[in-house]
Ligand binder design. Structure first.
Ligand SMILES: [Cu+2]
Length: 87
């Protein structure tokens, strides 16, 4: 996570329990990673990660196409989003 994007932004995983290792490699802004399903419901959100820190974020997820985004104000609109494909 950096200002303001996820790298990679397109992620493919297998359904079930998924473990994300999130690294904030930005220059001073805290970020998180949230997951929104196709109906617009947020199904999970990591803790907030300070610049230079990392965290592990675990979710159990069914097959489908999801949006990942940073839930901090304005970050998604600034480009901090991507696609999570679960098969
Ligand atoms: Cu952010």
């Amino acid at each position: 996570m950096t200002e303001f994007k996820f790298t990679p932004s397109d992620i493919n995983v297998a359904a079930g329990q998924v473990v994300f290792f999130l690294v904030n490699d930005g220059s001073g802004t805290s970020h998180d990673m949230a997951i929104r399903d196709s109906s617009g419901k947020t199904i999970g959100r990591s803790e907030l990660v300070s610049a230079g820190d990392s965290t592990v974020f675990t979710v159990t997820i069914a097959a489908g196409t999801y949006t990942i985004f940073c839930d901090q104000p304005g970050h998604e609109a600034s480009g901090m989003h991507g696609t999570l494909t679960v098969t």
